[in-house]
Design a protein around this ligand. Structure first.
Ligand code: SAM
Length: 300
């Protein structure tokens, strides 16, 4: 079975699906034109298209595999011209809404999808061996192996501290430096097993490499630095009363969203004072929802 077929079999369960629909539904605008900036496996787009029969969605994803999946699995929506798919990053100039007013809503569901995480060939998995890659956009220039093999000791330490929120990554970094003198890292398991040897298992069910891999993934895909300005670009192209709906999975991401929403009064205001989190039932059903947080912004 080729990679794309293997991946097609894997599901991504859309996180806080009902809350996302509710967030769009409660806006002052009837949603006619929506922009889904992180299509993934299309779970949120599909739910929104089913809920609002008049709605048309333009969906982006920087991963060509997600777009290819959409072309195969959402053909009826594509034929009915209710869904348009574009392979691009939401950090690049965004598509204009079909109406001069702007988009009725924009959805951002940050991070990686389950098929990306679970496919060893993409290099995100610390359980299954694969190339130490971690690029969401497979045309991206820099893989995780480059960082592990060529960054200086202090750069690695601060990466793991800042993005991985690991207090003492020193021993792991020293072992990386020693091991790469013998042989450069190419495989995910070479790194995951080194971390496992050095750190040991402290929390049941939580692989010791989790935060190290997260930090590398965020650096490879430049997930944080351009986030604020991209959110501001999105606010600008919303229609009056339109909503920006953002799901995050990392405290640093959420902090950026929280302050960007508060500080852009010229465009509008956050809808809720407090962040929305998934129900306990959802977390049991879908453990990947556990760290998710939802924030909504309404354009003036
Ligand atoms: C959490 S998944 C989205 C899942 C989707 N909401 C669903 O229900 O299937 C995140 C997706 O966003 C994509 N992505 C992440 N950062 C992106 C960016 N800057 N621009 C475009 N797509 C991005 C990833 O490739 C991944 O497919």
């Amino acid at each position: 079975m080729d990679t794309i077929n293997q991946v097609s079999l894997q599901k991504h369960i859309p996180v806080m699906r009902e809350e996302v629909i509710f967030g769009v539904e409660q806006g002052v605008r009837t949603p006619y034109f929506g922009l889904d900036t992180t299509f993934g496996r299309g779970g949120h787009s599909q739910a929104l298209l089913e809920t609002f029969p008049q709605l048309k969605i333009t969906a982006l994803d920087q991963d060509q595999e997600a777009i290819d999946y959409g072309r195969v699995h959402y053909a009826p929506y594509l034929c009915a011209e209710r869904l348009t798919l574009i392979a691009q990053s939401f950090h690049d100039p965004l598509p204009k809404s079909p109406t001069p007013e702007g988009w009725d809503f924009i959805l951002v569901d940050l991070g990686v999808s389950s098929p990306q995480l679970d496919n060893p060939a993409r290099g995100f998995s610390f359980y299954h061996d694969g190339p130490l890659d971690m690029r969401m956009n497979q045309n991206g220039e820099r893989m995780a192996s480059h960082i592990v093999n060529f960054w200086q000791e202090e750069e690695l330490v601060s990466l793991f501290k800042e993005y991985g929120e690991i207090q003492r990554p020193y021993r792991v970094v020293q072992q990386i430096l020693l091991q790469r003198k013998q042989k450069l890292f190419t495989q995910t398991l070479e790194l995951a097993q080194l971390i496992e040897r050095v750190e040991g298992w402290r929390r049941k069910g939580h692989h010791p490499a989790t935060s190290y891999f997260l930090a590398l993934r965020m650096e490879v895909n430049q997930e944080l630095a351009p986030l604020r300005s991209s959110m501001e670009n999105m606010m600008e192209i919303l229609a009056p009363g339109g909503r920006l709906v953002v799901l995050t999975f990392h405290s640093l991401e959420d902090r950026i969203i929280k302050y960007t929403f508060r500080e852009n009064k010229k465009w509008g205001a956050p809808v809720n004072k407090k962040v929305i989190t998934p129900t306990r039932e959802e977390c049991v059903r879908n453990p990947r929802a556990r760290s998710s947080q939802l924030r909504l912004f309404q354009r003036e």
